[in-house]
Design a protein. Structure first.
Length: 177
């Protein structure tokens, strides 16, 4: 399997478009980092200014070329409104697998954008040669569980004490790793 880079052209379906982050998105990213729900479920930096967001965005090409992460903005048809993010990484080349994560801005939750984005990115990575995507959430994160189910994932395992869950989606010939 070849290394993945950013999809060209940008990925689109009837609901969302996915594209790389750009400097003009820094204010939206900083605002998302300040969202309490995003802070509770995603890793966000301690310092969350627009300058911090610009710095993070400026590293996206390095993260992608090193296969640490490919982060895509969930947006509308014209690409201007940041609705959220779907990200891939780390990658496991040997098992043709990757982790997938996502967040959605407060104004866009419950509208189907995350499910559409996760399903779209899954179709794209499978066409690129990956066979397995894995997502992590917790049993009390009902929104994320609904996104994963709608995007074709199934529960792989759950930790009874912590509530941590791993979800998986595979190609028909993929095998759990």
């Amino acid at each position: 399997m070849a290394m993945l880079g950013y999809p060209e052209p940008a990925l689109t379906n009837a609901v969302v478009a996915l594209r790389p982050w750009g400097n003009s998105d820094a204010e939206s990213l900083a605002a998302a980092w300040d969202d309490a729900q995003i802070q509770a479920t995603c890793g966000v930096p301690a310092s969350r200014t627009t300058t911090d967001a610009e710095r993070w965005i400026s590293g996206h090409l390095k993260r992608a070329s090193s296969q640490r992460a490919i982060d895509l903005v969930i947006t509308d048809d014209d690409g201007r409104v940041v609705r959220g993010e779907v990200g891939l990484g780390p990658f496991d080349q040997e098992h043709r697998a990757a982790m997938v994560g996502f967040w959605i801005g407060a104004d866009y939750r419950g509208c189907g954008y995350a499910s559409a984005a996760v399903g779209l990115v899954a179709s794209w990575v499978f066409a690129q040669g990956l066979t397995t995507l894995v997502a992590q959430t917790t049993a009390d994160n009902i929104g994320s569980i609904g996104v994963l189910q709608a995007a074709g994932f199934r529960l792989l395992d759950a930790h009874e004490t912590t509530g941590a869950q791993r979800w998986i989606r595979q190609t028909p010939d993929g095998e759990a790793t």
